[in-house]
Design a protein around this ligand. Structure first.
Ligand code: ZN
Length: 264
């Protein structure tokens, strides 16, 4: 098996894509692989999928792929543009990458798996031989993908909770999907406008699907729920009710104690 065939199988390069050239740079722990769409082969329009003549090729782009052995692996390609009779000149889609990423899909997937398994981002970046910026770029893309997927997911029960920060002098509002056990969004305070913004981050379909909202005793949370999800039940959880009750009992106890002490 020659080295091109070996890499074709490792990378899963599907015909008619072919490997034109492989440059091995052992001193830099790096291998560069040049992929090419054959010159006489028709391409596919990315919009309608029709076979079209190749119009030209874009300037070369480079993507970081998964390492092969210990070697950093880069894919190079001049992606062809097709000329579709219906859609005009379009850049073909390529199977190893989405949008304008500098990494292949497989590389991004592995990077996210590493991130999920580690609490230390700089160690993860080092293990993957990525810069801090590159690591963040991959992470932000994954978060964006996750958030856009979420827009389609129904939420049955939400939580609106205040969380104190800066020694308890400030309160942020955290909106959670209780069943999904995840944070939906966070606001930096607990003002009415911020509560509105949190509800606005949900789609109309998601709001309509909410059956109940659990919340802290706070006026903006109550009016927010009445305004944005009028059909949902408002629930104050046992923890907060108990907290208020204990505080009240404590106040009464202190008062009684003062009274009893003074009457001795
Ligand atoms: Zn087309």
């Amino acid at each position: 098996m020659d080295d091109k065939e070996l890499y074709r199988q490792i990378l899963g390069v599907v015909s008619p894509w072919e490997i034109k050239q492989i440059d091995l740079q052992m001193d830099q722990d790096q291998v560069d692989i040049y992929l090419e769409w054959p010159y006489l082969q028709d391409g596919k329009c990315p919009v309608c999928g029709k076979d079209c003549k190749i119009h030209d090729r874009r300037t070369e782009r480079v993507w970081r792929h998964l390492d092969t052995c210990q070697l950093k692996t880069f894919i190079h390609c001049r992606i062809p543009r097709v000329k579709c009779s219906e859609h005009g000149v379009k850049t073909m889609s390529v199977p190893w990458v989405e949008d304008m990423s500098r990494f292949t899909r497989q590389f991004e997937r592995i990077a996210i798996m590493f991130l999920e398994g580690s609490s230390n981002r700089s160690k993860t970046a080092k293990a993957l031989r990525l810069s801090w910026d590159e690591m963040n770029h991959i992470m932000e893309k994954a978060v964006k993908r996750g958030l856009s997927r979420r827009k389609d997911e129904p939420i049955k029960y939400i939580g609106m909770d205040e969380k104190s920060f800066l020694k308890g002098h400030n309160y942020a509002t955290v909106m959670t999907d209780i069943e999904g056990k995840r944070v939906v969004d966070v606001a930096q305070d607990r003002k009415t406008e911020s509560v509105d913004k949190l509800y606005d981050s949900l789609t109309k379909k998601q709001k309509d699907g909410i059956e109940a909202v659990s919340m802290d005793f706070w006026k903006a949370y109550i009016t927010g729920a009445e305004k944005h999800i009028p059909d949902a039940a408002i629930v104050h959880d046992r923890f907060h009710i108990m907290k208020y009750m204990n505080d009240s009992v404590d106040k009464v106890r202190k008062k009684e104690n003062k009274y009893l002490m003074s009457s001795l």
